[in-house]
Design a binder for this molecule. Sequence first.
Ligand SMILES: [Zn+2]
Length: 298
Amino acid sequence: MRIQYSNDKKIFSLHTGGIPYLSFDMLDGLGVPNLYTTRFLSYDSETGTGEEGMRVAVMNNETVDEASPVVRAYRDKLAHQLGSTLDRECITDQKHTNYVHVAAAGDLGLREKPLHMQYVDGVVTDIPDVLLTVFGADCPSVYIADPVRKAIGLVHAGWKGTLGRIPEVAVANMVVRFGCDPADMYAAIGPGICRDCYEMGDEVYDAFAEQWSPEEAERIFSRYPAADADGNDIPGGKYHLDLREANLMTLLRAGIPADHIEISNVCTKCNADIFYSYRARRMENEQAAMMINRFGNI
Ligand SMILES: [Zn+2]
């Protein structure tokens, strides 16, 4: 799989034994099973070919009744590849909020997302062996793990969740509910759209300048040349947002040490032949980010 990386850092391992996926080496090193899927159902590294059509999420144009058995079967296979089952899965829907739910035993293994899970964009848990799943197709997922208190969190951080500092909300929940210390935590900002690909309107810059600070907005936005729909240059260009830098700033603000944070160098839009990407208009489905609350080799 010829993934274009935005730098030379070796952050991920590609697994092609079953359904292909990427895992973070840092989380693997903690013994935390984790993955990020692609568009592929299978991939042969020798021939460089694979079967596309991976479906992990029920999309807006699908009925749950039709899609759920299919997407559950794929997620079930992924869960097994990570050493788990869907009986242990806690699944979110996501509405671009910054709400984070503390997973309860009754949230596990449900066939459909209950109402309370449709309105959160992140989950944290200290229940052993729970499998957390969130979805995204440009919006990065942020993976959080505390090997001391043995707790994890997984959040969907599009620009609205990023504006609402959802990774910090997850960290705060882990501190308050599980007694975690951010100094012990590790975090990984998952694959998602890069700054070069992520043009935004001025109102998004204004929202960050107002809710964060003008100085912080200056750090995460850059002005790029841009053209209108007719191909004419827009004087002064348009803003682009760096979601990786923004979420890094939030994780540092939450107290996670810089050397405990890994930042994806994979852009879903730059690699739209491998990943579903909203901005690349490749939205047949989304990627799944999955993580198990398990520390130690399986
Ligand atoms: Zn890109």
